[in-house]
Design a protein around this ligand. Structure first.
Ligand code: ZN
Length: 498
């Protein structure tokens, strides 16, 4: 073997070893959030942290960093070059962190998650507050090792959405605020849409029967996907042809589990449809959190809330709930699932108020890391922001600061990608509608035709290109927030006869 072949062999063994650790940790993570007995948490956490430490050692092996650098000097194919560059970038971010600090960070993540869950169950922010404080200090310490000129929050934003920073997000949210806030005011002044029938008593076992049929419509195939239940729905993937999603059933809300399912299956499709030639490599991942969210929200809102989607699915839902929905027309149902109303819980929010929920989190995160907001009394600060942006105030921590899991595992900088993803989805959708008759496909039980478009223009590339390049490949244009704002104005003006 010549030098290049030896380097490539070592490189391939290395990425396979990492993918094995990543798979184990993903399965443990899924298990922790779904079925693992609570009392075993501490014991599991210690072992999970050990495994994460081992992965960290493999990941940051200085000998491998040298090999990666050498590989870049060789004549390698473009895919490998792109992957090696991404690995090196990642290695630089983690190499600077001492292993013992990294392991204690992993331990803190597990403990803090358990404490968040306990706090939420007891509706007591005080249980979680000290861990949130520790998490923020720990994050500052971790980012401190990088020695970057950028502010910590700028770096966090860039980690989830390469290329983004406070300045760009400020501009993005300003644009949203300028058009969404007056639109919401008009909607609030308009004749309200009747939607109370969605919130009657809906037997959960019956909801699950409908879900089985919906999963068939979505072609979420048990050959490669599996759905479970959790407090906070998520999607995880372990390796090629193994995607896991979760949902949450509410007895007094028939659409909550449905839309969370369409959303999470949207994430699952993104991972599943990446070209299998990238299996195990860094290229076999979605590009960024915003791009991932653009795919899930496209499925949830731009497909799942259309009349065409329900032309096929509504008669099936009615069959399961004749008492509640038998006398509700398709038009009335579709209007009801698109109602815009200020509410307290982000995951239950409608499309129009959703970005305002994100704005609250963005402003608070920015303040936590630039020192203008303290974790002391943060539950009250949270409530103040809700009052400012949405005009309502949570009465308890469970529906306030404790509602989301993200801060418990240190995912600061993640939230803004939700709003960005929604906006990107509008532009993708406009391009898809130019290429195909989306409504016809949805009403004729050909949901996967739409997924096929996403696969061809976005999913298959995985991390081969950056988000900005994918936007151009798929839509022929750079990202433009006006697609999103035009869509919202058009949709809600028609819905509420504004
Ligand atoms: Zn999502």
């Amino acid at each position: 073997m010549n030098n290049k072949e030896e380097l490539l062999k070592t490189y391939k063994e290395w990425i396979f070893r990492m993918s094995a650790y990543n798979m184990a940790l993903a399965i443990i993570g899924i298990d922790q959030q779904t079925v693992a007995p609570k009392a075993g948490a501490e014991y599991r956490d210690a072992r999970t942290a050990y495994l994460a430490g081992e992965l960290f050692s493999v990941n940051t092996d200085p000998a491998m960093v040298e090999i990666l650098k050498q590989l870049l000097k060789e004549d390698i194919d473009d895919d490998t070059r792109r992957a090696v560059e991404l690995y090196l970038e990642d290695a630089e971010k983690t190499l600077c962190i001492p292993k013992d600090v990294y392991v204690s960070y992993q331990e803190l993540c597990s403990t803090s998650y358990s404490k968040w869950l306990e706090a939420k169950t007891k509706d007591d922010y005080a249980v979680f507050a000290p861990y949130l404080k520790k998490m923020i200090e720990m994050k500052k310490q971790l980012y401190g090792y990088r020695n970057s000129d950028k502010s910590i929050y700028d770096q966090m934003l860039d980690d989830y959405e390469p290329g983004m920073n406070i300045e760009k997000y400020d501009a993005f949210f300003d644009a949203l605020r300028e058009r969404i806030v007056p639109l919401l005011k008009k909607v609030q002044a308009a004749e309200p849409i009747e939607d109370s029938f969605l919130y009657e008593d809906y037997d959960i076992e019956e909801q699950k029967k409908f879900m089985a049929e919906l999963l068939q419509y979505l072609r979420f195939d048990p050959e490669w996907g599996y759905q479970n239940e959790t407090e906070h729905p998520f999607t995880s993937w372990t390796c090629e042809n193994d995607c896991r999603t979760t949902t949450k059933y509410l007895k007094d809300n028939v659409v909550s589990a449905i839309f969370s399912t369409i959303h999470e299956v949207g994430h699952a499709y993104y991972e599943h449809d990446i070209d299998p030639k990238y299996d195990g490599m860094i290229l076999s991942e979605g590009i960024s959190s915003g791009m991932h969210e653009s795919q899930s929200r496209l499925c949830e809102n731009y497909l799942g809330r259309t009349k065409a989607f329900w032309e096929y699915n509504y008669p099936i839902l009615q069959k399961h709930f004749p008492k509640q929905l038998g006398n509700v027309s398709l038009d009335a149902f579709v209007k009801a699932i698109n109602v815009a109303k200020a509410s307290l819980v982000r995951t239950e929010a409608d499309e129009l108020t959703y970005p305002l929920h994100i704005m609250v989190r963005y402003e608070i995160e920015k303040g936590l890391f630039n020192g203008t907001i303290s974790t002391e009394g943060l539950d009250k600060t949270w409530a103040d922001y809700y009052e400012k942006y949405l005009g309502i105030r949570p009465e308890n921590a469970r529906d306030g600061i404790l509602q989301d899991v993200h801060w418990s595992d240190g995912s600061f900088g993640y939230f803004p990608t939700y709003a960005l993803g929604s906006a990107m989805a509008a532009q993708f959708m406009a391009a898809m509608r130019k290429d195909m008759d989306v409504d016809k496909a949805l009403s004729e039980n050909r949901y996967t035709d739409c997924i096929g478009w996403l696969k061809e223009h976005i999913h298959k590339y995985g991390f081969r290109y950056g988000a900005e390049d994918i936007m151009k490949i798929a839509t022929g244009k750079e990202f433009d927030v006006n697609y999103y704002l035009d869509y919202l104005e058009d949709k809600y003006s028609k819905l509420y006869n504004l």
